[in-house]
Write a protein that binds this ligand. Structure first.
Ligand code: HEC
Length: 147
């Protein structure tokens, strides 16, 4: 029992970034009732659950069966509407998450990604749920940055 607790504490201590970067950590995590939505609410938790598999936990992306662009240092993150469009609607091999995520969640994960990987100060990196709702409304619009 004691060993298990020590292990748990060690694992917790090993991920200070998760704790520090999560401004919502102190708020209780409300749970969604429907099973097909993602329950995570904080940016770091959402990134880990939804984005890291393709873009890698450190945001450096990957090349293999497909090309997953690096988010680390990616200048396109500066364009919030473009990043919002990618997360909501997807593009080619990038899946859209608009149906699974609330605007709060989209804003949380993108604020986190822009601050952590886009090198922006927290205030500048912040994306609001209202901005997400705006882009959601105009889903037919083409992305601000062409590929
Ligand atoms: C299944 C793999 C996969 C997942 C999961 C995924 N992405 Fe992507 N992502 C991609 C691919 C592939 C692209 C390149 C798409 C293209 O060709 O335009 C991309 C592109 C992007 C871009 C645009 C980068 C650029 O240089 O244009 C952003 C921003 C982005 N993803 C953010 C996210 C975020 C945030 C999440 C989690 C909510 C996420 N992605 C989850 C595969 C993924």
């Amino acid at each position: 029992m004691k060993a298990a607790l020590t292990l748990l504490l060690a694992a917790w201590a090993a991920c200070p970034a998760l704790v520090l970067a999560d401004e919502a950590a102190s708020a209780p995590e409300p749970r969604f009732s429907s099973g097909w939505r993602f329950e995570q609410r904080s940016g770091p938790a959402l990134y880990g659950a939804l984005c890291a598999a393709c873009h890698m936990p450190d945001g450096r992306g990957a090349r293999g069966a497909g090309a997953y662009p690096a988010l680390q240092g990616n200048p396109r993150l500066a364009a919030a509407p473009y990043a919002l469009h990618m997360v909501l609607n997807g593009h080619r091999a990038m899946p859209g998450f608009g149906r699974q995520l609330s605007d709060d969640q989209v804003a949380a994960v993108l604020s986190h990604v822009r601050e952590r990987f886009g090198g922006m100060p927290p205030e500048a990196a912040r994306v609001t749920p209202a901005e997400s709702a705006e882009v959601r409304k105009g889903q037919q619009a083409s992305p601000a940055v062409a590929h």
